[in-house]
Ligand binder design. Structure first.
Ligand code: PAF
Length: 283
């Protein structure tokens, strides 16, 4: 598998492919790859001749230095995992911070029409400016035909779609459904950092989401919100940071449902010092 570390090199490769009428897919990641990432790569391979997987722990999207330092960096293992899918049709772009930021490791400021101020934006200062900055740079360098993002980070997916729309970037953003462990826990690189006790308890999050979904069919939004809150008050191992029901288009939280709207429930939970997020479509 080819691994590129310089933007000029990967840009040259993808430009040549596109000049040959090949379709290029891109899966941006921060590494510590797992089955969830592989599903994105497999989906990208179905539509594109070649897939570029970027592996870059982006410093500007972390609001917590300790989280950035502790983020797993497992490039060799990641490459081995990607090779189980294809050795010839996947290229890795694993740049240094210098290659991306050229000595100025700061975010640009974006206007995502308010999507950035909801949920994760409230709890993670500057996070979406960091995500916007890196995604825009990666797409500008690789210039893929299609870029693939998981729905686990549903707010990020909506924000990336907005980024591409607002900057008229010539790429189609493809959202991919959440890949779960057999227990129901949404796959995440952070899961490897859970203690055994937290790992055992964490599937509770999806269990609550599924019940919240079925309650949403017959009960008011307020009743569902209260019910979820009480479930976590009674759980000694998991601490609820937020649970909310939001309009899919605006991501604004609601307390009353309207008939012609699409809603999704979003949750963030601390399992010890590991922060886990998940979400589910409600209607
Ligand atoms: O979802 C992620 O892993 C990251 O936020 C992304 C999109 C690769 C940007 O660093």
């Amino acid at each position: 598998m080819k691994v590129y570390t310089k933007k000029e090199e990967i840009a040259k490769v993808t430009l040549a492919l596109k000049q040959d009428n090949a379709s290029v897919g891109m899966v941006p990641t921060m590494g510590a790859l797992h089955e969830g990432h592989l599903q994105l790569v497999i989906k990208a391979l179905e539509t594109n001749n070649v897939v570029v997987v970027s592996i870059f722990v982006n410093p500007t999207q972390f609001d917590n230095v300790e989280d950035l330092e502790k983020y797993p960096r497992t490039l060799e293992q990641d490459i081995k995992l990607l090779e189980t899918v294809s050795t010839s049709r996947i290229s890795v772009y694993a740049p240094s911070v210098e290659d991306i930021y050229e000595g100025n490791t700061t975010s640009e400021t974006f206007d995502f029409d308010g999507l950035e101020f909801e949920m994760e934006g409230k709890f993670r200062q500057g996070h979406f400016d960091g995500v916007g900055t890196i995604v825009k740079r990666l797409l500008d360098i690789v210039k893929p035909n299609h870029a693939y993002f998981g729905e686990k980070d549903f707010q990020q997916l909506q924000i990336v779609k907005k980024l591409v729309e607002k900057h008229a970037m010539p790429v189609t953003v493809v959202g991919c459904s959440i890949h779960r462990e057999a227990s129901g826990l949404a796959m995440s690189s952070r899961n490897t950092r859970l203690t055994a006790a937290h790992k055992k308890e964490a599937p509770f999050i999806y269990k609550v989401l599924k019940t919240a979904k079925s309650k949403f069919g017959t009960e008011s939004a307020i009743e569902v919100l209260e019910w979820v809150d009480n479930q976590f008050k009674a759980n000694a191992l998991l601490e609820l940071e937020y649970f909310l029901i939001a309009d899919v288009a605006t991501l604004k939280p609601i307390e009353q449902k309207l008939h012609n709207k699409k809603y999704r429930a979003f949750i963030a939970v601390y399992a010890g010092d590991i922060r886990l997020i998940d979400n589910i479509a409600l209607n």
